[in-house]
Design a protein around this ligand. Structure first.
Ligand code: UGA
Length: 434
């Protein structure tokens, strides 16, 4: 069985490498030639821990190859995983034009039975449209099946998540499609949940929106903590001890970012509207998330009063640690707000600076990129923690304090112990804690 993976973004590249590592013969393709050129040479176009090593290993053992030509990849494959992006449109809905385009090409190249598997996050009912496109454009009476197999990997631990999944959701409507997918995921047989396609599609959107809701909920609680003597970390800990709630995704901070949660929350709201179901709940989740940035910038103003011409070190630009991804990163909004106030920014991130430079080009003294956190804080009036990279947790705060103009920390990720930071002589602000 040959598996074609169409689209080699975060999900596609990890899927291609992961399936190859599970022993399958995988062909990856993408419309961006550079991604294919790089992948063929064993180079990842994204930073994802452990991915490049596995890519190289599976290129070498022959399980994995990359191809520029989509038609040839379709013709050569028995199963096609569609991993193209579904970007957000102005109205919050997902742009499905890439999925439609790929479906058409599959139809036009349908030379033998193929199983078409949606891997990208798609609105419920997408499979119905894929089926319609395949039926409309196929040139012969070759049969096909469509299935949904949403991906739950997290950036930063994508390889681990793919190879150690909590669950494999398989949405199918024929026994043939079910058998093929069960064979592909044979290793994880004990974790497979077979459903119909609508259910599988909805499981993905519902999971991401629920996790985003947990985050906004704790961020709202953190605002209440700041008005009282409560400590949000302990509130989250106390809540998380209830197994019905669980300890995960209750970290208060600057809110969720990335390519998934913001987009998926809005897409589910929109799907609800289209189908006559009121999802104001998720509108509120989104609103609270946006407010986190404002609340954080207010803290910076509370600490420094006037931001114009103040030198502010911003540590952490990626939307979360262990990735170079800056899509919907809270840092972008924080930087924009601080720039509006006329602050001078020294930015640092272990992995995401190249990507950020394209968005905020270096322009001294307004925006400077530093080669280390210590360089960024030199002469700074305040240090902001925006992403919780481990490197920042390990900083020598005494050294930091000596080189800052004013020892002020505004910690958007609750990285440090408030008492210790104050003992060292810092004016210290964090989220939902005194
Ligand atoms: C998320 C889901 O966790 C994956 O299961 C899913 O496959 C993926 O979206 C997707 O749809 O492709 P990801 O966006 O990579 O994964 O990152 P997460 O680790 O889920 O974090 C999302 C955001 O929430 C980050 O900005 C993070 O900083 C924030 N977050 C997370 C919090 O603010 N508090 C928390 O307690 C947890």
């Amino acid at each position: 069985m040959k598996i074609g993976v169409i689209g080699t973004g975060y999900v596609g590249l990890v899927t291609a490498v992961g399936l190859a590592d599970m022993g399958h013969r995988v062909l990856g393709t993408d419309i961006v030639a550079e991604k294919i050129d790089k992948a063929s040479q064993g180079i990842c176009h994204i930073y994802e821990p452990g991915l490049e090593e596995l890519l190289k290993k599976n290129l070498k053992n022959g399980n994995l190859s990359f191809h520029h030509n989509l038609d040839e990849t379709i013709i050569a494959s028995d199963v096609l995983f569609v991993c193209v992006n579904t970007p957000q449109r102005e109205d919050g809905s997902a742009d499905m034009s890439y999925v439609e385009g790929v479906s058409r090409r599959i139809a036009e190249n349908l030379n033998s039975y193929k199983l078409v598997v949606e891997k990208s996050t798609v609105p419920v009912k997408t499979s119905m449209w894929i089926k319609k496109v395949l039926t409309l454009y196929k040139k012969n009476d070759t049969s096909f099946d469509v299935a949904s197999n949403p991906e739950f990997l997290r950036e930063g631990s994508a390889v681990y998540d793919f190879l150690n999944p909590d669950r494999i959701i398989i949405g199918v409507e024929t026994e043939r499609a079910k058998d093929i997918l069960i064979r592909i995921y044979d290793k994880f047989r004990d974790r497979i949940l077979v459903t119909n396609i609508d259910t599988a599609e909805l499981i993905k959107h519902a999971s991401n929106s629920f996790l985003a809701t947990k985050i906004s909920f704790i961020n709202l609680i953190s605002e209440l903590c700041e008005k009282t003597e409560a400590d949000v970390e302990l509130v989250a800990k106390g809540m998380g001890l209830d197994p019905r709630i669980g300890p995960h995704f209750l970290r208060a901070g600057l809110g969720y970012g990335g390519s998934c949660f913001p987009k998926d929350v809005r897409a589910l709201t929109r799907i609800g509207e289209d189908l006559g179901v009121d999802f104001s709940l998720l509108k509120e989740v989104d609103r609270i998330n946006t407010r986190c940035i404002r609340v954080f910038v207010e803290k910076v103003k509370k600490a420094l009063w006037i931001l114009k011409d103040k030198k502010i070190a911003v540590l952490g630009l990626s939307f979360k640690p262990e990735t170079d991804d800056i899509r919907n990163a809270p840092s972008i909004h924080v930087i924009e707000e601080l720039q509006r106030e006329g602050a001078h920014l020294c930015l640092y991130d272990p992995k995401a600076m190249d990507k950020m430079k394209r968005l905020f080009p270096e322009k001294s003294p307004q925006v400077i990129y530093s080669s280390s956190p210590y360089e960024a804080v030199q002469g700074a009036n305040a240090m902001l923690i925006v992403t919780e990279w481990h490197e920042f947790k390990e900083l020598n705060l005494e050294k930091v304090k000596k080189s800052m103009a004013n020892p002020i920390i505004i910690d958007g990720r609750n990285l440090y112990n408030p008492e210790k930071a104050r003992e060292l002589g810092f004016e210290y602000y964090s989220i939902g804690r005194k």
